[in-house]
Design a binder for this molecule. Structure first.
Ligand code: ZN
Length: 359
């Protein structure tokens, strides 16, 4: 039954999400992507749905697909909440909102980055005149995304990255590659040079739906880091901040700050967390990401690199292109009942704590 919550592609996921929203009386607003399309030249969208008592001041917002194929997980959770009746139950007392497919392009094409090779979770900088520097990435850029994608050169690149990790430690490599970089538009984990369409669109949605809200909890669904099916609760804020205290009040010691070494993630720049927390600062947002493990980190990195290369240099319709796409999908969405069940149980548990805390 849980498997039915998950979909085989973006289009099926969206259709199921919208029909379940309609069945359950959620009000939907959709924004069509103005200049990017999915496979078969089909239109792609970011969708927002909301339900709850008119006078409710507390909102739970759940976001899917910030990183393309990670949307199978997030969309599956959103659809499951609608289909199981849980969302309706919660919406008797509180505003329940969903944003579906933050990175619709990446979801539709099974690639982490967006139509401009931007990592949306690095695209929410406050000051675009002074983007953060990442000299470690600059040093590794040739190997982080090799333009010659022959097997021989890809293996050489991987060897160079492993050498770097052996010399400097794995956390240093992870940070160099994934913390975010603003100098190499064709590289990996590129944050962009200004706000993307997804950035502006999700902010508009978030602003519109929170006009009468005083208190908000936001859950952004991610996959690809940590042990198989394990859902770690991540936040951007340091443990000595007010925001962290709010998170701790809800989830206790389960909250792990990316500012500490305990986290499966590097400390990132320009995250959605930082963007929405600033936008909605009057509502004292409690923002977390849930990060579900899939396969080993090097394979996840390799698949990310593969579809980023494909986007800039390759042919998505070729056999090789299809192979890279499949690898990326498998890395972020294992397509296993065991994994789906773990994701579902853990996600409901985490969200339920937010609801309990409202009371
Ligand atoms: Zn992610």
């Amino acid at each position: 039954m849980i498997d039915e919550y998950f979909s085989k592609d973006y289009f099926e996921a969206r259709e199921k999400f919208l029909s379940a929203c309609n069945e359950n009386g959620f009000v939907i607003k959709s924004e069509k992507h103005p200049n990017a399309k999915g496979p078969q030249n089909r239109d792609i969208f970011m969708d927002c749905a909301i339900k709850g008592p008119e006078d409710a001041k507390k909102m739970l917002l759940i976001i899917s697909g910030t990183h393309g194929p990670e949307g199978y997980c997030g969309s599956g959770f959103q659809y499951g909440l609608l289909k199981s009746g849980i969302a309706n139950e919660w919406a008797k007392k509180y505003k329940i909102a969903f944003i579906h497919a933050h990175n619709a392009y990446g979801f539709a094409w099974d690639t982490r980055f967006n139509e401009d090779n931007i990592d949306l979770n690095r695209n929410y900088l406050e000051d675009w005149n002074n983007p953060p520097k990442n000299p470690d990435y600059d040093e590794l850029s040739q190997w982080a995304l090799p333009t010659d994608y022959s097997e021989e050169n890809v293996n050489l690149a991987m060897m160079k990255l492993v050498e770097y990790a052996q010399k400097n430690g794995f956390p240093k490599l992870q940070s160099a590659l994934t913390a975010g970089q603003y100098n190499h538009p064709k590289g990996v984990y590129y944050g962009g040079n200004g706000p993307s369409w997804s950035n502006k669109t999700i902010k508009n949605f978030a602003y519109e739906i929170t006009q009468d809200i005083e208190n908000i909890v936001i859950i952004d669904m991610h996959t690809g880091l940590g042990p198989f099916g394990h859902g770690e609760i991540l936040c951007d804020c340091a443990p000595d901040t007010e925001e962290y205290k709010r998170l701790h009040a809800i989830w206790g010691d389960e909250v792990v700050s990316t500012k500490t070494e305990a986290s499966v993630s590097a400390d990132l720049s320009g995250t959605l967390d930082s963007g929405l927390t600033k936008l909605l600062s009057k509502l004292s947002p409690a923002f977390i990401a849930i990060e579900f493990g899939t396969i080993d980190p090097l394979s996840v990195f390799k698949s990310t690199q593969g579809t980023s290369w494909l986007h800039t240099y390759g042919d998505k319709e070729s056999e090789f292109g299809k192979k890279l796409t499949q690898l990326s999908r498998d890395a972020f969405y294992p397509q296993s009942s065991e994994w789906n069940e773990k994701v579902w149980a853990r996600s409901v548990e985490v969200a339920q704590k937010a609801i309990d805390n409202f009371a």
